[in-house]
Each structure stands twice: as structure tokens, then as C-alpha cells.
Design a protein. Structure first.
Length: 369
């Protein structure tokens, strides 16, 4: 009988003594200068993230949700406007739209779990102002087709790149396609803070200036309020941590891609593994399989010490907050959300643990034959 291992979905501990020392030094530097909010590390981080996306401007905020909300606010959307987004994402995507007063419209997805441009096209109306694609699981959406639609119908594009920092499509980085792009750096992400953090990137100085104002209660120089807003600033400690972790992003991505390559080899015969195309460079925020008898498989793996996740089990248009009067189409999403399962695939995962996970998945289907 196979010995049961414990394989957690993620390991957020800082176990590398070198990384721990680097992070503690960065934190101590903030303690020494004492600018705990809007300190010099924030501007340095903004510059480096902007450069990594090929953009001139970046504005740090306190979460990915704030990045989306403040980005939509900066573009001026509100009551009477519609923003088309995917059906499959965490609820923050829809909430950010709704909190501006605009209406989220939910498009269907492709088999790769990203938004379907053909569905977007069918949902465009005279009230549509923007398209908000989500680069789900760290795979960039079909941005050439989405941008073609946006040009045809004179719509803005806002990238929800929360899961895709470091991903590329045709050599172009996530965050470089839309009028603005929004990132989350919460601890689960490839580029991760030790808490909540977010950032918005853009090419337009006017949007940068408005975003800077909106993140600070709508004020200029703290004292003069030009429009109501919230406190969405990114604190200096998280900025300092992110500056150091930015240096490790290529290593993190390489580790996740190695795990993905193992799973591709070991699992392709029994479940649908994430699709790959030559022009796509995915970062594997999650490694999401599509499996028959998903819920049975999840229980089977749990009994063998393997933690898995379903992200996200309730489609956004099926949430109680949105299901009344919802507009959209999500037939394919309804089907696929019952099949998806995220298995452990973080950069710290050892080969023997990945082999154990894959072996248990193969055993499940062999046992059920």
C-alpha cells in the first residue's frame, strides 16, 4: 500500500534563509527611515513594474480589487454603462465594475477557461463601454482578437492581469495590452506580497494622475479633495518586500513551469491538462485540470493527503448578488466549472510530491474502470 503523503496546495512560508534575510533587511530599512506610507520604496516599485510591462506609468494600491475599482473609476465609468467581462473569475472582478455604478455583463469562456471573443461580440450593445478580460490561471487571453473588437466598436480594454504577472503572448507581457492593466500581488500570486497589494499600469499621464488622486481619498496634496474616493494606498513595507521579490519572479515562474511540464507528461492520458501554444508563455498561477467526476476525485485526493482547490466553484453571474437580472451567456462556463480542479503546482513542490499527486490521479481513474 502506498504511504500517504501530505501535499498542501500552497506553501506560503519563507523557508529559504537567504530570502528571509533579504526581506528582513528591506523591512528594517523602512523602519529606519520611518516613512511607513508612501515611502521611497513605493516609487521605486512603481518604476520597476512599469518597466517590466513596457509602460511609462504604474500606480501602487492596496489590493488587486482596488486596482480594478480605481482603474474603472479613473476611466470614468458609472451608471448606464456596461462592461463586458468573463463569467469565470473571483467575484472581485464583477464587484469592481458594480461598485462604480456600471453593469457587469458576463461573457462565456473557451475550453482554455479564458473569455471567448465570439461571446463578447454577441454581447456588445450601445451601452457597452469597455471589455475587461481576465488572464485566468496565468494564461493571457486572446488579446489580438479582443483588441480587434475594441477598435471596431470603440471600446476601452482593461486587463485583469491579477493572475498573470510575467506571462507573455507573442513575446508581449501581460499588462501591456489594455488602456490600463491591473495586478494583484496577494500571497498566492507568482509576484507576491506578504499581505495585500495591487498595482495599475498605463501609458497615459492623465490616468496616472487621476489614479494617484483616487487612491488617496480623491485629494491633491492630501488637503484638497477633488472627488470622493477611498484610501487605497499601498504601504511602504509591502512595497519594500515586493521590490525584493520582483528579483525572484523569473525563478518562481521557472519553478512552476517545471512542475507543469511534469504534470503535462504524467497526466495528459487521464485528464485534460492546461492547453499550450507556441506563442503563449504561461506562469501557472494555478495548474488547473479538467476532470470527469471532479468532486469524487477531489475527495479521493483529500483522503490521500493532497489538498486541491476549485477556483471558482460559483460563476460570477450565478452569485446571489448578480443572478437577478443578469445579462450574459455562460453555457460553456456552466459546464466547465463542474470539471475544473486546481492541483498543487507551486514552485517549492518537490518532484517526488508531484509524482505522488499524478500517481494518485491515475490510480483514481484506474480504480473506477
Amino acid at each position: 500500500m502506498t504511504t500517504i503523503r501530505r501535499v498542501p496546495f500552497l506553501d506560503l512560508r519563507v523557508t529559504d534563509p537567504r530570502e528571509r534575510e533579504v526581506l528582513l533587511q528591506a523591512i528594517d530599512a523602512v523602519f529606519q527611515h520611518g516613512r511607513l506610507v508612501m515611502g521611497p520604496e513605493l516609487e521605486q516599485l512603481e518604476q520597476k513594474v512599469a518597466e517590466s510591462c513596457g509602460r511609462p506609468y504604474a500606480v501602487g494600491v492596496n489590493s488587486g480589487t482596488d486596482a480594478l475599482y480605481l482603474g474603472l473609476r479613473a476611466l470614468g465609468y458609472g451608471p448606464g454603462d456596461e462592461v463586458i467581462t468573463t463569467s469565470l473569475s473571483w467575484i472581485a472582478t464583477a464587484n469592481a465594475i458594480a461598485l462604480t455604478g456600471a453593469t457587469p455583463v458576463f461573457a462565456d469562456i473557451r475550453d482554455d477557461l479564458n473569455i471567448d471573443p465570439a461571446s463578447i461580440a454577441r454581447l456588445i450593445t450601445p451601452r457597452t463601454r469597455a471589455i475587461l478580460p481576465v488572464h485566468y490561471t496565468g494564461k493571457i487571453c486572446d488579446m489580438p482578437e479582443i483588441l480587434r473588437l475594441a477598435r471596431r466598436y470603440h471600446l476601452a480594454v482593461i486587463e485583469d492581469a491579477s493572475q498573470a504577472f510575467g506571462a507573455r503572448l507573442g513575446g508581449q507581457p501581460a499588462g501591456s495590452f489594455g488602456q490600463i492593466a491591473c495586478f494583484s500581488m496577494n500571497p498566492m500570486k507568482v509576484f507576491a506580497a506578504c499581505g495585500e497589494a495591487g498595482i495599475v499600469v498605463t501609458d497615459e499621464p492623465e490616468l496616472q494622475q487621476r489614479l494617484q488622486r483616487l487612491r488617496y481619498n480623491g485629494t491633491v496634496n492630501k488637503e484638497v479633495c477633488l472627488e470622493p474616493s477611498l484610501n487605497g494606498r499601498l504601504d511602504t513595507l509591502q512595497a519594500a518586500i515586493l521590490l525584493k521579490r520582483l528579483e525572484r519572479v523569473p525563478q518562481v515562474i521557472a519553478g512552476r513551469r517545471q512542475v507543469a511540464a511534469w504534470y503535462d507528461e504524467w497526466l495528459a492520458a487521464v485528464v485534460r491538462t492546461p492547453s499550450r501554444a507556441p506563442e503563449q508563455e504561461d506562469v501557472y498561477y494555478t495548474y488547473t485540470i479538467q476532470a470527469e467526476r471532479r468532486d469524487e476525485l477531489k475527495e479521493y485526493l483529500a483522503a490521500r493527503g493532497i489538498e486541491t482547490k476549485v477556483q471558482h466553484p460559483i460563476l460570477m453571474p450565478r452569485q446571489p448578488a448578480y443572478e437577478t437580472g443578469v445579462r450574459g451567456e455562460f453555457t460553456r462556463a456552466d459546464h466547465l466549472v463542474k470539471r475544473i480542479l486546481c492541483i498543487p503546482a507551486h514552485e517549492k513542490l518537490r518532484r517526488e510530491d508531484a509524482e505522488y499527486v499524478a500517481g494518485c490521479i491515475r490510480s483514481f481513474y484506474q480504480d473506477k474502470i
